[in-house]
Design a protein around this ligand. Structure first.
Ligand code: SF4
Length: 201
């Protein structure tokens, strides 16, 4: 268990295309007061067959809650956790296991995934064991993430294949580039994450 390796997570609290449905799985609902936060996550929705959220065809985990609040964000409905549902991570992983054969990987976006570092680290840990290609979006820059000194954040950054970082900036949307919402956002591949110290402030 990741929790055993890194210690308990704490609960602190990117933007992508609206209205691409997929799975509304009400069976995911659990009682918030009974939740073990390292084993559950605030989820807005999952959707399948996305070809704009990372390389190839992807299953997308869109988390609920974003503390960044970029002006002009395309997905303001994801900003509040309560617009989503607190769901067991095991349910999400089961959904991925059942459908990954039709996809090239999984993307985690939001909302802001790094507002829930413990639960996202647990998902990354379980997807790595399955050999799944993982892309994560963040409205933070990688330098800002590293500055937090959080073990779960460090685990995520060093165990994913692609990070797309930086806030959405409305004035920079033209020719933003593949998978990105604005020109300032960067694609940071695993080889660079392996040299993570170069991103420290
Ligand atoms: S990080 Fe910015 S673009 Fe992403 S969900 Fe939050 S406000 Fe929207």
């Amino acid at each position: 268990m990741l929790r055993d390796d890194l210690g308990g997570s704490y609960d602190v609290n990117c933007g992508k295309p609206p209205q691409k449905v997929v799975s509304e799985q009400s069976s995911y609902l659990i009682d918030v007061s009974q939740a073990d936060h390292s084993q559950s996550i605030w989820l807005y929705r999952t959707y399948h067959n996305s070809v704009v959220d990372g390389p190839g065809r992807r299953i997308v985990i869109q988390v609920a809650g974003c503390s960044i609040r970029c002006p002009g964000c395309y997905v303001p409905e994801t900003h509040t956790r309560q617009n989503g549902r607190l769901v067991p991570i095991s349910s999400i992983v089961d959904e991925i296991k059942q459908n990954i054969h039709e996809h090239d990987g999984v993307t985690i976006l939001g909302g802001e995934p790094f507002d829930q570092p413990g639960p996202v680290a647990e998902i990354v840990y379980q997807l790595r064991r399955l050999g799944v290609h993982i892309t994560v979006y963040s409205g933070n820059t990688i330098a800002t993430l590293l500055k937090q000194g959080n073990a779960n954040i460090h685990y995520i950054l060093t165990h994913i294949d692609l990070l797309i970082d930086g806030p959405f900036i409305k004035s920079l949307t033209n020719n933003a580039g593949e998978y990105r919402g604005s020109q300032n956002q960067r694609l940071i591949f695993d080889s660079r994450l392996n040299n993570i110290s170069s991103f420290q402030l």
